[in-house]
Design a binder for this molecule. Structure first.
Ligand code: ADP
Ligand code: MG
Length: 478
């Protein structure tokens, strides 16, 4: 026969089930165990502190109403929290009573929370299930260190903030440390450098690096497999949590929710959080305000595009690391032309080295130029019609206005036709829009011009060379 508390809880569950969706019910109510009933006070056991907080935050009203219906107006609900130790010993999970002296039974504030025990059963989403001992692989790339992170004006502040955190994780005001900046500027590298530093110098700490996408998909899997608790437990054991590219949390309300709780838990326990984002927190859209406000608790610092000197240093450092010598002209040429980000800088260098090795060729300025042009071509930057007109006119030494006039002088016609041809090649403008930019000519004129240029490319070698040279100039003038 069932005990009284079991019956009461069973009745409560029936009501709750009708009021929330199946998944939430499974996740948040099935794991609850009724423990005892003293007069009108029901005690339920929940799997974790986090679980308890979640219930209080999301289901408090429902719980309150339900319990009152079952046990009358002065009904009380007590929680018992099943905890896990984080010292790795295999103590069996213990139950602890939430102290009884407190009054506001439904409030979270008065509850003094018990110490945390750890169970060897917690599932680690990073390891094969079934492994008993929790070993967290940090998922760090060992090459991303402070040593290999070149300092420049563009990153000085972020780097030293990162170093401060690395030396004293959780012990500075920089918690969370939010690093933001455009693609390829070194966010991942710097965030991981902090992690690697801690791993080497502070081996008792558990460091974990995870991209926000991975975090999200692990969370969704956990929901699907009904083990959200394991997921949460796992993350709550981390001492230094690095989450990369948090802008991907945008619009994902459930993930933001769970992250918010993990964040709070870690922060409250003096654990270090390091977050990166491709934009400043204030520009993150579709993010919960409460999350954004948490980010302000710590330090937000940005990485800027590298200046020329830093670009040179980065190239030199990479060359040195690879034991390769390169003419200074070449280094300077690359650093002058590849400005937007460091990933691109590295890409060009790798590509030049690969071609030199592959073709058993010396690393010459010419080889560098070809490679750079190729790279720039694939960059997603916009080439404008104005820029094309200017480049072509500079080349033929004719004034830009002549492109827009009706004149039929040969040299002007050629510049005009070539500009139209490049406009069609390089821009997304319609034929009509292109014609408009050439003194209001119509689209058939543009078609005709492109055709004329193609014919000449096929038949006239000198013309073909001019076209090649112009292409280079257009691509390089980006
Ligand atoms: P992000 O995460 O901002 O897109 P990454 O951290 O992936 O950029 O950096 C892109 C590449 O540039 C990486 O290979 C990284 O090692 C390199 N890099 C970035 N910043 C520096 C730096 N200051 N010194 C040396 N290499 C850097
Ligand atoms: Mg990155």
């Amino acid at each position: 026969m069932k005990n009284k508390h079991e019956l009461v809880w069973e009745n409560c569950l029936k009501i709750i089930k009708d009021n929330i969706n199946v998944q939430s019910f499974k996740t948040w109510f099935e794991p609850i165990k009724p423990v005892k009933l003293d007069a009108n006070s029901l005690t339920i056991q929940v799997p974790s502190q986090f679980f308890y907080e979640w219930l209080e935050e999301h289901y408090v009203t429902l719980l309150r109403k339900t319990i009152k219906r079952e046990l009358g107006d002065d009904a009380k609900l007590e929680y018992r929290i099943l905890m896990d130790t984080s010292n790795g010993t295999k103590t069996a999970p213990k139950t602890i009573d939430v102290p009884n002296h407190r009054e506001g039974v439904y409030g979270t504030n008065e509850v003094s929370m018990p110490t945390i025990f750890s169970s060897p059963m917690v599932k680690n989403p990073f390891v094969i299930p079934g492994l008993k001992k929790i070993h967290v692989d940090s998922q760090l790339n060992p090459n991303y260190t402070f040593d290999s992170f070149i300092e420049g004006d563009c990153n000085k502040f972020a780097r030293s903030a990162g170093m401060a955190v690395a030396k004293s994780p959780g012990g500075t005001a920089f918690n969370p440390l939010v690093i933001y900046g455009g693609v390829g500027l070194g966010k991942t590298h710097l965030a991981q450098a902090i992690g690697n530093y801690i791993k080497v110098n502070n081996s008792t700490k558990t460091v974990l690096y995870v991209s926000s996408e991975k975090f999200t998909s692990q969370f969704l899997n956990a929901i699907k497999d009904n083990n959200t608790n394991d997921f949460i437990h796992f993350y709550q054991q981390i001492d230094i949590l690095i989450i990369d590219d948090i802008q991907f949390f945008a619009n994902k309300t459930k993930t933001q929710d769970i992250f918010f709780h993990i964040f709070n838990h870690l922060h409250q326990n003096g654990k270090q959080l390091i977050l990166t984002s491709d934009r400043a927190p204030k520009d993150l859209e579709n993010m919960e305000e409460r999350l954004l406000s948490r980010f302000k608790w710590g330090l937000t610092t940005d990485l800027q595009t590298p200046d020329y000197d830093t670009r040179i240093s980065i190239l030199q450092k990479k060359l040195h690391a690879d034991g390769i010598e390169m003419n200074e002209d070449v280094t300077r040429f690359i650093a002058t032309n590849i400005k937007t980000n460091i990933r691109e800088l590295e890409g060009v260098l790798t590509s030049i080295l690969a071609q030199a090795t592959f073709n058993r060729q010396d690393i010459t300025l010419d080889l560098a130029k070809k490679t750079v042009i190729n790279f720039v071509k694939h960059a997603t930057k916009e080439i404008s019609l104005d820029m094309i007109q200017k480049t072509v006119c500079d080349f033929f030494e004719v004034p830009v206005e002549k492109l827009k006039e009706p004149t039929r002088k040969r040299q002007f016609v050629q510049a005009r036709q070539l500009s139209m041809f490049f406009a069609k090649e390089y821009t997304k403008s319609s034929l009509k829009a292109i014609g408009h930019q050439f003194g209001g000519r119509d689209h058939s004129t543009v078609i005709h011009s492109c055709q004329a240029v193609r014919n000449l490319i096929d038949t006239d070698e000198e013309f073909r060379d001019s076209v090649e040279e112009l292409k280079k100039r257009i691509e390089l003038s980006l």
